[in-house]
Design a protein around this ligand. Structure first.
Ligand code: CP
Length: 313
């Protein structure tokens, strides 16, 4: 059985709920020795702060050891070694590989050649399933449910792999999506078609103001990603398209939470950090527990084993 996590679309509702329950167990007790003797490799071919460090913290807090790289320039890829050969080599050393790559489909390819599980930590503009697990966990913690929520996605919906993954995962929970983006960064047709095929309601907006966002349970802000643009003139034109300002929250629902996968560049005014709507830093914190669950699941450790674990420190 291939225990890799390439896309969240492969997970059933039951599997998502199972992983969220496991994350809850890890939030109660994040420090254990349940992965003693295991080696986790983190291969980051693209920059990262949260994803890599939270995966590594997750592994360290569970007693595993961590190997890997944060910058492909220090690897033999610079001498021409292929992704396949790199993956085969690291599989000799590690029990699981967490990989971020700039090419869409790289994680899928790695999962097909690797003898150990691959966890996709982001592949180009395609998918970011571990981010989605922490997003779902954050939504559940703040709303008390994943069902029937109004989720507003704002900013770079074209290249934003986090919104693509979240959209697919939410298909089990009857959401209504609102896509707020300029034409250049609109939600791709592929994902709108996915919504239609799964009976997911969505509305598209260009305006971004207090009235437009007044119905949101979740306001999911995203960064315009300079690194995805081939034309930097186009990037300059759209980069400051949607800035959430404090004075736009006057009509917000009481339960509304602002999420952002981070890093933030110019999408959320700093004054909003102090409001009860801001949840993006706690969201990143939840990544530790969600990723502890994902690593354990990929290594074949069950929820029952986590619940009955006697290695808690
Ligand atoms: N959310 C996210 O993927 O952040 P990093 O790029 O810092 O890992």
């Amino acid at each position: 059985m291939n225990r890799s996590l390439v896309t969240i679309a492969e997970h059933s509702r039951e599997k998502i709920e199972y992983l969220l329950e496991m994350a809850t167990e890890f939030e109660k007790h994040p420090n254990r020795r349940i992965l003693e003797g295991k080696v986790v490799a983190t291969l980051f071919f693209e920059p990262s702060t949260r994803t890599r460090l939270s995966f590594e913290t997750a592994a360290n807090r569970l007693g595993a050891r961590v190997i890997g790289f944060a910058d492909p320039k220090v690897t033999s890829g610079t001498k021409g070694e292929t992704l396949k050969d790199t993956i085969m080599m690291v599989s000799n050393y590690a029990d699981i590989i967490v990989m971020r790559h700039y090419l869409e489909g790289a994680a899928r390819y790695a999962s097909e050649v690797a003898p150990v599980p691959i966890v996709n930590a982001g592949d180009g503009a395609n998918q970011h399933p571990s981010q989605t697990m922490l997003d779902l966990y954050s939504i559940y913690k703040t709303q008390g449910t994943l069902e029937n929520l109004n989720i507003y996605m704002v900013g770079d919906l074209k290249y934003g792999r986090t919104v693509h993954s979240l959209l697919m995962a939410m298909r089990h929970f009857n959401p209504t999506f609102h896509f707020i983006a300029p034409d250049e960064l609109a939600m791709p047709e592929y994902y709108k078609q996915y919504c239609k095929e799964h009976d997911i309601r969505y509305v598209e907006h260009k305006d971004f103001d207090a009235d437009t966002i007044s119905g949101a349970d979740i306001l999911y802000m995203t960064r315009v990603q300079r690194e995805r643009f081939s034309d930097l003139v186009e990037y300059e034109r759209v980069k400051d398209s949607y800035l959430l300002k404090l004075n736009m929250l006057g009509k917000a629902r009481k339960n509304m939470k602002i999420l952002h996968p981070l890093p933030r560049v110019n999408e959320i005014e700093y004054s909003i950090d102090e409001t009860p709507y801001a949840y993006y830093f706690q969201q990143a914190g939840n990544g530790l527990f969600a990723r502890q669950a994902l690593i354990c699941d990929a290594l074949g450790i069950t929820l029952d084993e986590v619940k009955n674990d006697k290695t808690i420190i």
